[in-house]
Write a protein that binds this ligand. Sequence first.
Ligand SMILES: [Zn+2]
Length: 115
Amino acid sequence: MSEQHEDRAWQSAREEDGHSVARAVAFLQLIGDEEAAERAGRVENPNEYHPKHNPDGHDLEVCPVCGFETFCVRSLDTFGRIGIGQCLVCTYIRSSRTADDEGFSEHLAWLGDKD
Ligand SMILES: [Zn+2]
C-alpha cells in the first residue's frame, strides 16, 4: 500500500469512529443519565468468558463514550490489545479498523516504553 493510501484508510477509520461516537452521544442524550445508569445496572455480558462453553469470551470493558463498564468485546485487534465490539448501554461500536488503529498506537507506545 502506498503511503497516501494508508493515510486515507486511517482517515476513514477515524471518521467512521467519529460517526459512531456521535451516534452514541445522541442516543445517551435521548435516554438521559438516569436511564443510562439503570441500563448499565441491568447489563449482562452476552460474551462472558467460560472455560468450557465460551473459551473465547471477554470481560466487559469500560466504554470510552458513556464510561460504564458495559462495552461488550467480541474479539481483539491484531495486536490483542483493543476490544472490537459494541457498548450495551450507549450502542457505541468500535470497528476492527478503529481497534487496529488504536492497537497499533498502543503497540508503538509499548515498544517505546520497553527500553
Ligand atoms: Zn457506552
